[in-house]
Design a protein around this ligand. Sequence first.
Ligand SMILES: *[C@@H]1O[C@H](CO)[C@@H](O)[C@H](O)[C@H]1NC(C)=O
Ligand SMILES: *[C@@H]1O[C@H](CO)[C@@H](O)[C@H](O)[C@H]1NC(C)=O
Ligand SMILES: *[C@@H]1O[C@H](CO)[C@@H](O)[C@H](O)[C@H]1NC(C)=O
Ligand SMILES: *[C@@H]1O[C@H](CO)[C@@H](O)[C@H](O)[C@H]1NC(C)=O
Length: 448
Amino acid sequence: MPRLTRSCRQILHIAIVVTCIFLTGSVLYNHTSLFRSRSDQHWTSLSKLSPVDTYKDVIQTYWRNNSKVVLLQKEGDAYLPQKKDEEKNNHDPLRRGVTYWERESRDASAKIGNQTSDVKVILMRDFPYYYEIKPGSQVFQGCPGVRSCTVATDSNVPADLVILFSINSNSRNYMNPPPRPANQMWAYFAVEAPPHSYSSVLGSPAWQLYFNWTMTYRLDSDIRFGYGIVVTKSSDSGSSDHKTYDESALMKKIRGKSKMAAIFVSNCNDNAQRLSFLKLLKKAVPGVDVYGTCGSLKCDKGSNSCHEMLERDYFFYLAFENSHCTDYVTEKAFLTLKYDVVPVVRGGANYSSLVPPMSVIDTSAFQSILDLGRYLQYLMDNPTEYLRYLRWKKDYVIVEPQPLPWCELCSKVHEAYKQRPQAYVNVNSWWVDGTCRQANDLHLYGQF
Ligand SMILES: *[C@@H]1O[C@H](CO)[C@@H](O)[C@H](O)[C@H]1NC(C)=O
Ligand SMILES: *[C@@H]1O[C@H](CO)[C@@H](O)[C@H](O)[C@H]1NC(C)=O
Ligand SMILES: *[C@@H]1O[C@H](CO)[C@@H](O)[C@H](O)[C@H]1NC(C)=O
Ligand SMILES: *[C@@H]1O[C@H](CO)[C@@H](O)[C@H](O)[C@H]1NC(C)=O
């Protein structure tokens, strides 16, 4: 069966390659004629169009004589660039039958939607494929504020803001910072905990005062981007994740639960003493089930059915982080909060500033592991007490994973030079120094 699937995929692959060769040919042809028309009279009249024309999308941005040029597709034109054209080695999305308008940022602004302003280019530099970053301005289409922005992934484009996926800068290519045009902003991006995400290269003197902004899960980042966010229901009318709060249904669900706590552990290193903590907890109370490589139980963590099983059978999920760092709370906690299971959290964050009130049980609030175990047992035996940890669902929803905050980025880059300029002296020490600690809570708990 898997073999059949693989050969099907191969046939599909060949078909895609043939189509691409064909399309590249026609695009190149069209491209040439478009460039020719730029130098003639016809072109001059185009660029004098009134700036209130509306545009559907930013097709491309490039440098010409040190100024940024944006190529726009007019509203109402039928074709949008196809996904194929955005792939590497084929950045040119020009298509037959579309009118393109070219404007230099210095003298012309573009109206996208109902707004007129200079188009800002946000370059996502060295982002891994799984972020599925698509060049173009589509991601800004629903933005309530400023939306004249476009996303780029090609590091040669004239960007107004470069967001660097920091861990990928830990290489020779970054020994010296790339030349930086006047007014270009740089943002440092990291989502893993510092022990797994710092780039020593960026700590070197050459990079001092280079980054203007930080974009991380930390609450003191200039742009906060974490694993999940809490949204109040009243401010979030459009959420698709909108279950109405039904207490009697919840109560019924609670009465159907029979097992105490589950945890997934796939990394068997005793990072942050997770396994040692578990061992002591299992000694204190029965009913702690360990799933994954380091346990005896199996469940496909990526599947919904696994989380549905958790919700049906278990009272608690042990959301133990493997690094204890400031504000570091991962999907272990946020994903659990989306289900009707209470997370027992252990990590380096002050959870009350990151999750809804009365939504988690923090191990650090207990004098001993035995006390923690007894409290979990008490909640199991008293469903109405347990219910208090789910009541926040009346007022809040969790958005997990958090989408990249495109609208915020766009308005921030438009405002950048209206505020006082700022830069981090050493972004590496901002990220690393004093932000993580050893998990050293076991000695407190060992005595029972
Ligand atoms: C670039 O600038 C030079 C000198 O100012 C000028 O001669 C040339 O035409 C410009 N090229 C383009 C493509 O605008
Ligand atoms: C522009 O569009 C936004 C969002 O669609 C809307 O909230 C705003 O009122 C519009 N502004 C004008 C001047 O029409
Ligand atoms: C944790 O955060 C809450 C809410 O933001 C705050 O009231 C509390 O003082 C913080 N606790 C610590 C130890 O910083
Ligand atoms: C960004 O950082 C650079 C280099 O330190 C600085 O010259 C520039 O003024 C900063 N821009 C803003 C908007 O903070």
